[in-house]
Design a protein around this ligand. Sequence first.
Ligand code: UTP
Length: 295
Amino acid sequence: MPIPRSVRTAVFPVAGLGTRFLPATKASPKEMLPVVDKPLIQYAVEEAYAAGVRHMVFVTGRSKRAIEDHFDTAYELESELLAAGKQALLDVVRAVAPDDMDCSYVRQPRSLGLGHAVLCAAHIVGEQPFAVLLADDLMVGPPGGQPVLAQMVEAFESLGRSVLAVQEVPLDQVRRYGIVAGPAAGDQLIKIERIVEKPAPEAAPSRMGVAGRYILTPRIFDEIRNQPAGAGGEIQLTDAIARLMTKERVYAYQYSGKRYDCGSKEGFLEATVELALQHPQMGAAFRTYLKSLAL
Ligand code: UTP
C-alpha cells in the first residue's frame, strides 16, 4: 500500500540529559528554557502546527513533567485570568494548545540515543510518514517566508521520500553534525549518497550538516529496530538513515532561514538576543539598551 504524502504527526524527542546546560537542566527539561517569553518546545510545536501537523508525540524521560503540564489545560490559571478580566493573557495561555491539536506522551526509559527515542514513538505513529523536530534547534524561517518544517513538507509532498534539513557548516564544525553528500536533485535538494555521523574535518564528505528537522517514512522504524548500538553505545538515527538509504531514496533539503543551536550556551544566547530584538513589544527598547552598553 503506498504511504500517504501528508504529514500529520510529529515526534519531539525530549528525553536527552541536557548536560551542556547543567545545572539549569538538573531538575527541569532543557526544552522548557525560555527564549524571550516562550519555551523552546513551544517554538518547535508551533512550527509543526504551521506545517499542518496536528498530532504531537513527545518522547519524554525523567524530570520532563513540565512539558506535559505546559501543553495541558491550566484550569486554575485560566479561571484566575478570566475572573481578573485579563483576556489578552488568557488568549496567550490558551493558544499554547489549540483545540484541534492532540498530544501524546511516551517515555524513553533510558537515554539510549536519538534513534532509540524515535523508535519509542513507533506504536503511536504507525504506518505513516512523520516529522521529527529537535526543539533545541530553534529554526526561524526567512523574513516573510514559510517556517522551515512547512518548506520541508512541501518537498516531501512532491518526493514521497524521507527529507532531512541541511545547511552548510564551517569545516571546523563538521564533527558536531551528521554530514551528507550527493548530487543536486533540484532546487535546494540533494539526493543523499553518503551520510556520516560527526566526522573529523579531513574525513567529511562535504560541509552539509543535518539540522534538527526530519521527515521520515515509517520504514525507518524497522531500520532502527534491526540496528546494533553505534557511536558511544547509543542507537543513532543517522545509522538507521544510512540503512534506509539502501532501500529507498533519502533527500537533503537546504532550508531557507536560520538555525540557533539552543543546546549550546552560545546558540541559546544568540537566539535570545536576536529574537528579543525582533519582539513586537520589547524589540525597540531592547535595541536602545544594547546600544547603550559600552562593549
Ligand atoms: P543531544 O545530543 O542534544 O543530547 O540530543 P542532550 O542530552 O539533549 O544534550 P547534551 O548534549 O547532554 O547537552 C539531541 C536531541 O535528542 C534528544 C534530546 O532531548 C535532544 O532533543 N534525545 C537524545 C533523546 O530524546 N533521547 C536520547 O537518548 C538522546
